[in-house]
Design a protein around this ligand. Sequence first.
Ligand SMILES: [Zn+2]
Length: 57
Amino acid sequence: MKTQSHETEQNLKDPVCGMEVSHAAASEKYVYQDKTYYFCSGACRETFETEPEKYIH
Ligand SMILES: [Zn+2]
């Protein structure tokens, strides 16, 4: 059984579907109001782009 003492990789939350997206794997990102958001898929990114305000509040 392995335990990770610490994680250097930052996990980010996809604001659209709530899924955790690893920073390294996140190919879909979108900058909105000087903040970078990461997504699990292009579909989630497009959804965010359509109505960003809906997802950041
Ligand atoms: Zn998603």
